[in-house]
Design a protein around this ligand. Structure first.
Ligand code: NAP
Length: 253
């Protein structure tokens, strides 16, 4: 059975959810799970992943989660423009506004430009309190705004945590190019390793599961204060190293 048909089979019993959320104008009747559920404590396939920033990396990673059977709530300030992504994601995939994704997602994946993180913290932050939030945004090394400059000076994980207070943040999928997400997911043999940073054990566990389910090998690097070890400009960034190679390059056990 292919990944797609497997996904479609799994979603048959969940059409009620899809129907109730299925358009960009859907109401917010579906309450998110209190405190932000984690993959570790719930049936994985019942997890709703909200995606804020459904561009190149947000779209590519979201599609891999959709293929794994998750309900993926893509978002955009112009959700109607995400129709092709929703079509690709298939049953269980919807497009809504960023606030709706923040409310409806049990776990949130943020892939906006780094300099948009202050806006996301201000606008969507109140809806994400206590939730597990995975951030893939990288600071711009040239012509970056204040947020990028702060991250380059003080550390990516430290600064992104400051813009998103009250969430259980990890960083992952920032060090792989979106094209390789699509081409390398679930490849045969040793998979591409995805470095992860985070402070909250449950958030780290959930991120680890989601990296695995997207078809990659998770590599925990350390707390958010060490996230810069896999930033742009480091030897491991967009290197497509395997997990073993990543551990070796980063001096991890
Ligand atoms: N491209 C990659 O391969 C890659 C890989 C890893 C990490 N990253 C990092 O991920 C981030 C996004 O990169 P990308 O290449 O995916 O960019 P992109 O294709 O331009 O997508 C960014 C998305 O962010 C959304 N956005 C922008 N400002 C926003 C705001 N204020 N509020 C809500 N949404 C906003 C936009 O959505 P709407 O305009 O539709 O609302 C857009 O679709 C960057 O920091 C980049 O360094 C990129």
């Amino acid at each position: 059975m292919t990944a797609r048909s497997e996904k479609d089979r799994m979603h048959v019993s969940r059409r009620a959810f899809v129907t109730s959320v299925g358009t960009a104008t859907a109401g917010l009747a579906l309450a998110p799970l209190a405190g932000g559920a984690s993959v570790a404590v719930r049936d994985r396939q019942a997890i709703r992943i909200g995606i804020i920033g459904a561009g190149r990396i947000g779209g590519a990673v979201g599609l891999e989660w959709a293929a794994a059977g998750y309900d993926v709530i893509f978002s955009s300030r112009h959700p109607e423009e995400l129709a092709p992504l929703v079509e690709q994601g298939g049953v269980g995939t919807v497009a809504v506004l960023p606030n709706q994704a923040a409310v409806l997602g049990d776990i949130i994946f943020i892939a906006v430009p780094f300099d948009a993180l202050p806006d996301v913290g201000r606008d969507q932050g109140p809806f994400m309190q206590g939730k597990i939030v995975i951030v893939a945004s990288n600071p711009a090394r040239q012509n970056g705004g204040p947020a990028s400059q702060a991250a380059l000076a003080r550390g990516t994980g430290i600064v992104s945590a400051e813009y998103l207070p009250g969430v259980r943040q990890t960083r992952a999928f920032n060090a792989i190019n979106y094209r390789f997400v699509t081409s390398e997911a679930r490849r045969r043999g040793e998979k591409v390793g995805i470095p992860i940073a985070g402070d909250d054990p449950e958030a780290i566990r959930a991120t680890t599961d989601l990296v695995t389910d997207a078809g990659f090998d998770p590599v925990y690097v350390g707390p958010l204060s060490e996230a810069s070890r896999f930033d742009p400009g480091t030897p491991v960034f967009v290197s497509n190293m395997t997990a073993a190679q990543l551990r070796e390059a980063l001096g991890l056990r």
